[in-house]
Design a binder for this molecule. Structure first.
Ligand SMILES: [Zn+2]
Length: 683
């Protein structure tokens, strides 16, 4: 729950929601009857239960392209133990992981990067050492929290840089929105157990499952520190009650997906103004103790949170706060302590996500290593698997897409000449980040020699903290990429106006050397086209070519854009996915627009090449969205993801294009038919 920085909004332009460990959910199974294929206009064939009930593959894609293209794949795929999803993305992720496993177990590899990742990997799998320690690594912190007897002592604990105490807010060097070239001090709310603050107003079925998961975790973890199950239950009640107060000052997921979100979080102020937000809570004392006292400017994303926090920081509420910290500390260690704790984390995740069993230990260890040692893992990977040719290929395709976008933007007659010129200026300034960076963060100061797993993770956090502190007030180095290149994903970053098409997505359905042009464009091509469009969507419109928050649209053009987006929102809102649940058009608008723009770009490029087999293109395109989800995961995607459900990413996208209708002779009455007058293309 300790969050140094909430940069979630920056990830909004990713191609795919990354559903790793949903930190919790649990409990009641879904009712049988609401899982079945009542979707409209198409069956949600991503939902595992629906795959079981649909008996035959349709004869043609005229009624349902996604079902036609992915029928056999889904019938022959089972969700593996410990997984909540299988997809074209997990196919590529498997390939990358298998290659990484070779890196992690190759004794012949030399160098600091291999030493770091192999060291952590071995420590993670050293169950004898982890079991011998048990929950002892957390006991010292629990004791220190228990010993606090005044607000002054609590503040002193928050200020202790040697301890990793649960903080009630996050802070650290971060890029600002007005000036993306300089690191300022980001100040953010804490994370919440139930994830979405809206859950504290009215629990959804997901919120109920998450709460049940946390309650089970508390009932099993707190007794390890001497509490009874009854005490654990009461402690959980109090912790949730405290979070309910704090959640009143935190924006909901729906608010975060709204186009005005970026404007709302852009509260840049001087440190004195930031500190003045709290009278009781010692914000400045803590920030200074952690070495961020020289900040020239602060970005307080959600000032309303600090009013709530300030109200509880009193002597009368001391025991409430201590209780919250005890619960958070005990539960926070669940996946990094001994085998017993780890198995509990698996059990809870399965309850929450509708999965079964557990992934092999080696896979879990790999995901931890690649998550916390992104740079060393990536560099060791590239040392073993050269990707220079790939970098050239991807850069070339990105450039082709950018060139075609220029034509697309020039032909948008609903935009004024002014806005069009600004859009093209932004396009010309777009930076291509292909496959891997040329420059990396220095890791030479980090050593994990002789450390056990828990202490290794702690050493990495300390190392990252030092690094983050060193960034404050310095210039942003855009040549360093701030994410793993081994993720199976792609991003647009509005703050440096870059598209990021990384090594981790380049495989299988997205990119292979033996692909036809149609397949290549349907795969990585449409991904690139998707990412570029984010430079011009409701979020991208707010950032200029330099990455500063500065709306470059004329008012009329922006209104015209919103009106076009509204038509798309209405179109999706009318759809039902399963169980009577409607698609959330507002939440998915920018990603749906991006999918359509990506396909439009590829169709334009194909047309220029001539001699195109459009069926190959559309079927390959439908296959990149192949996915199988548990009911719990699909519900989460429907309610919380900014991307449309995968069967809609295929079907609702392609039906916007005459090339699709013509390729298959789709006519009125067919499931894929859309009257051209009802088309919802924004670009
Ligand atoms: Zn996107």
């Amino acid at each position: 729950m300790k969050t140094k920085s909430t940069q979630a909004w920056k990830r909004a332009a990713a191609l795919l929601l990354v559903l790793t460990l949903l930190s919790a959910l649990a409990g009641t199974a879904f009712a049988e009857e609401d899982a079945l294929n009542d979707g409209s206009p198409w069956v949600d064939y991503v939902l595992r239960e629906n795959v079981e009930t649909v008996e035959a593959r349709p004869e043609s894609p005229k009624d349902d392209l996604y079902l036609y293209a992915n029928f056999d794949w889904a019938k022959n795929t089972e969700i593996r133990p410990g997984y909540t999803t299988e997809s074209s993305f997990t196919d590529v992720a498997d390939e990358i992981r298998n290659m990484c496993m070779e890196v992690l177990t190759d004794d012949s590899l030399q160098g600091e990067d291999a030493a770091l990742v192999q060291g952590l990997y071995k420590a993670c799998l050293d169950w004898d050492a982890r079991n011998a320690l048990g929950v002892e690594p957390l006991q010292k912190m629990i004791d220190r929290i228990l010993a606090v007897s005044s607000l002054g002592e609590l503040t002193a604990l928050f200020c202790d840089r040697d301890e990793e105490v649960v903080q009630f807010f996050g802070f650290g060097a971060d890029t600002g929105l007005n000036d993306p070239e300089t690191y300022l001090l980001g100040i953010n709310p804490t994370g919440l157990m139930l994830g979405d603050s809206a859950e504290y107003v009215k629990r959804t079925e997901m919120g109920e499952r998450i709460e049940a998961g946390y309650r089970m975790m508390a009932a099993k973890m707190l007794p390890k520190f001497g509490y009874t199950e009854e005490e654990a239950s009461e402690m959980m009640d109090r912790a949730l009650a405290l979070e309910t107060e704090l959640a009143g000052g935190i924006m909901s997921s729906a608010e975060k997906m709204s186009p005005d979100y970026i404007q709302r979080i852009n509260n840049e102020m001087s440190p004195d103004e930031a500190y003045a937000l709290c009278k009781n809570f010692p914000m400045s004392t803590i920030i200074e103790a952690w070495g961020y006292d020289g900040a020239k400017s602060c970005l307080v994303t959600q000032p309303a949170y600090f009013e709530k926090l300030d109200a509880i920081y009193t002597e009368e509420r001391l025991e409430d706060m201590k209780n919250y910290m005890l619960v958070s500390t005990a539960l926070g260690g669940i996946s990094v302590l001994d085998r017993d704790c780890y198995e509990l984390s698996v059990e809870i995740n399965n309850m929450i996500n509708g999965s079964n069993g557990s992934a092999p230990d080696e896979e879990v260890a790999y995901s931890i290593v690649s998550g916390v040692l992104m740079v060393p893992m990536s560099r060791a990977f590239l040392e073993k698997y050269d990707a220079t040719q790939m970098k050239e290929d991807i850069t070339r395709i990105c450039q082709e897409c950018i060139d075609y976008y220029r034509e697309m933007l020039e032909s948008e007659d609903w935009l004024s000449a002014d806005t069009r010129a600004k859009a093209i200026e932004k396009l010309d300034a777009l930076t291509i980040h292909a496959v891997y960076p040329d420059k990396w963060r220095d890791y030479s100061g980090l050593s994990l020699d002789g450390l056990n797993f828990y202490d290794s993770l702690k050493a990495i956090r300390k190392f990252n903290e030092e690094y983050n502190r060193s960034l404050l007030n310095t210039k942003v180095d855009h040549e360093l990429w701030n994410f793993s290149i081994l993720d199976t994903n792609a991003y647009y970053n509005p703050q440096d106006n870059s598209i990021n098409i990384i090594r981790g997505i380049l495989g299988k359905a997205f990119y292979r050397e033996d692909m036809s042009t149609e397949e290549l464009y349907a795969g990585i091509g449409s991904v690139i086209g998707h990412e570029i469009s984010h430079a011009f969507d409701t979020n991208g419109a707010q950032f200029d070519a330099s990455g500063a928050l500065n709306n470059w649209w004329t008012e009329e053009d922006y209104s015209a854009f919103l009106a076009r987006a509204q038509k798309l929102i209405d179109y999706y809102d009318a759809m039902t996915a399963f169980g009577g649940y409607h698609v959330q058009g507002k939440n998915i608008q920018t990603e749906a627009i991006a999918d359509m723009a990506g396909v439009k770009c590829m169709l334009g490029l194909l047309e220029q090449k001539g001699d195109v087999d459009y069926r190959v293109f559309f079927e390959a395109y439908a296959k990149i969205w192949a996915r199988l989800n548990t009911r719990e995961t699909e519900y989460y995607c429907l309610m919380q993801d900014s991307h449309p459900l995968h069967y809609l990413r295929a079907n609702a996208t392609v039906q916007q294009f005459a090339q699709f209708m013509e390729a298959y002779g789709v006519t009125e009455g067919d499931g894929m038919y859309l009257d051209p007058a009802d088309c919802v293309l924004v670009w």
